[in-house]
Design a protein around this ligand. Structure first.
Ligand SMILES: Nc1ncnc2c1ncn2[C@@H]1O[C@H](COP(=O)(O)OP(=O)(O)OP(=O)(O)O)[C@@H](O)[C@H]1O
Ligand SMILES: [Mg+2]
Length: 573
């Protein structure tokens, strides 16, 4: 927490100093009041000196006003400090997440990252705010102790019992509550997972009338969250009655011993009144301090979760001595890959192939055979486990990441568009391209017709995730976006699955005109890839066979099966 505080309070340093200063004014004013009161009683009231009472009364009003100003300013400063801190942490966390590779995001999970960005940051922000304001508590506590010691060292001995008693109780409660707080945040992650899945997949849920099952799933994770937060609350709730009990016992002790002393003329009654105020002040602020400790322990758990993200080292790093590829040829040399180091099976097993610059490579195979995985290694979305992936003779790990991402354009199997205009979406991969390039990309992707028929043409709004477009329209916009990138290697992962054969063929034709651009097309449909220079047939993570359509019809069992099932027996002749 301290590490986060030091690093992210920047931009709010001044207020974080001013807040305790303003608080010191309030505390001094609070502590001075009971002493003045005691004077009014013991001197003014006892001697019937009205002018003394009035003059001391005026000073009390002044002190009260100073205290008010101090308290107000402290709250304002600490609110500013806390909010700036929160904003800084959120920004840093977001920046960090954007540097993480697919693998780290897979491991941390999107939902947990969302909880960390929101709830966990709020917890630490709360702590900074409470902390800046809460400096009042130790000041008041120590001030109250000192002031009562000055009034009567003997009566102040009561604290000697009360303070350790409170401290022990709180320590026990907090030590027990810490692991519960960690569990609670974990359950919050789960609630967010279910919620996120349902909100994103709401159509699937409805299509399968899965509402009831999903409600049950949410009910269970929500119930668990409730149970765990209740468990930690039961503990922290104990703080209040325990401290009130200690305080009441101390007040009884004060009356008991103080009364005895007064009866023997050892202390004035005004002093006992002042003592009572100091004691309440000191113990109340001690209680506040304890409450702050629970906020702190909650924040500690959150700070740990935030730091875990900040400390995650992206596996995919920039090479020390970068090299650029000579051309857009690609070679896989004995590539094996698995998503997790602990997985027993490799998803890709010893894959070898080469593709020359400008070639079109088709990839086909059963689902789950590793097609998407294979192509994701080219732009280094994941890092190979064994072997090498080379572009233009250079290992992709040596190519600067920015260059690589501009050199390789990819349409992912999952179409994601962003809220904004069509123009903004198409320009997304290449901010600098001019409008004629966008138009050409849209035309190659066979998207011009429906874009122009939309009310505002290229300035029509794309809603969140592109939900106001049909599956095929979305696919064509994604293809156009990739084309607009002007990359030398283009990868289309199942990008035309929602298109009719005729449109698909037109896109193939446009792609084949791109000279010296290496194109990878993954497809389920044989017609999408049969004219490729090279076709790779994948099966269970291995290349089953490779070659041109006619060769594969002869040599590949799987290819032949797919061809016959889609084109009929005629395909064999
Ligand atoms: N992010 C991931 N984490 C762990 N395993 C994964 C991940 N993505 C894919 N896999 C696994 O890797 C294997 C290959 O998946 P891949 O997506 O490459 O198949 P595919 O050939 O593209 O299938 P499809 O034709 O259905 O798109 C599958 O068994 C899948 O379960
Ligand atoms: Mg796939």
């Amino acid at each position: 927490m301290l590490r986060l505080f030091k690093k992210y309070i920047k931009g709010a340093r001044i207020v974080s100093v001013l807040a305790p200063l303003a608080m010191a004014v309030e505390v001094l004013a609070d502590i001075a009041q009971p002493a003045l009161m005691s004077d009014i009683i013991d001197v003014g009231v006892v001697n019937g000196d009205i002018s003394y009472i009035v003059s001391k009364g005026k000073v009390m009003v002044l002190y009260a006003l100073a205290g008010l100003a101090g308290g107000y300013l402290c709250s304002v400063f600490s609110a500013i400090g806390g909010s700036r801190f929160g904003a800084n942490v959120r920004r840093a966390l977001f920046n960090k997440i954007t540097t993480l590779s697919y693998r780290e995001i897979d491991n941390l999970t999107t939902s947990s990252l969302i909880t960390r960005m929101t709830n966990d940051v709020t917890q630490t922000q709360q702590m900074v705010m409470t902390g800046l304001r809460g400096i009042r508590a130790p000041f008041l506590c120590i001030g109250g102790l000192v002031a009562s010691y000055l009034l009567s060292p003997r009566l102040a001995l009561i604290f000697l019992v009360a303070v350790p008693l409170l401290a022990i109780a709180v320590a026990v409660i907090i030590v027990k509550a810490l692991p519960l707080f960690a569990q609670t945040q974990g359950r919050l992650d789960r609630v967010n997972t279910v919620m996120r899945e349902n909100l994103l997949g709401v159509k699937v849920v409805k299509a399968f009338t899965g509402e009831e099952r999903e409600n049950k799933r949410f009910f269970i994770s929500n119930l668990e969250l409730k149970d765990w937060s209740l468990k930690s609350s039961y503990l922290t709730i104990l703080l209040n009655p325990v401290s009130t009990f200690v305080m009441n016992m101390s007040i009884i002790a004060l009356y008991w011993f103080g009364g005895n002393m007064a009866a023997h003329g050892q202390i004035e009654s005004g002093k006992i009144m002042a003592m009572l105020t100091y004691m309440t002040l000191a113990l109340m602020s001690l209680m506040q301090l304890m409450m702050m400790l629970t906020t702190l322990s909650r924040a500690l758990v959150s700070a740990k979760r935030i730091n875990a993200v900040m400390d995650t080292e992206p596996r995919i790093k920039e090479a020390a001595s970068p090299e650029l590829p000579a051309d857009s040829s690609i070679s896989f040399e004995n590539v094996s890959f698995r998503y997790n180091d602990t997985d027993p099976e490799f998803v890709l097993k010893d894959v070898c192939f080469t593709a020359k610059s400008g070639e079109t490579v088709g990839v086909i195979g059963t689902t789950g055979s590793g097609k998407s995985t294979l192509v994701s290694l080219i732009p280094r979305l994941y890092e190979v486990t064994k072997g090498q992936v080379k572009i233009g003779g250079t290992d992709v790990r040596k190519i600067p990441r920015k260059f690589l991402s501009q050199f390789v354009g990819m349409t992912l199997q999952e179409n994601v568009l962003f809220a904004g205009t069509i123009r903004e979406n198409l320009r997304w991969g290449n901010e600098t391209c001019d409008f004629s390039e966008i138009e050409r990309s849209a035309s190659d992707a066979q998207a011009t017709e429906f874009i122009l028929s939309a009310e505002n043409g290229y300035d029509s709004q794309v809603e969140q995730r592109g939900k106001n477009f049909s599956g095929g329209q979305k696919q064509r916009l994604c293809i156009a976006r990739t084309l607009a990138r002007g990359a030398k290697i283009l990868i289309f992962d199942d990008s035309t699955s929602a298109l009719d054969t005729e449109t698909d063929r037109k896109i193939q034709k446009a792609l084949s005109k791109l000279s010296d651009t290496t194109v990878f097309i993954i497809a389920q449909r044989i017609s999408s890839i049969m004219h490729s220079d090279k076709i790779i047939v994948m099966d269970e993570g291995k290349i089953e066979s490779m070659g041109k359509h006619e060769e594969l019809i002869k040599n590949s069992r799987i290819y032949r099966q797919i061809a016959v099932s889609q084109l009929g027996e005629a395909a064999l002749t």
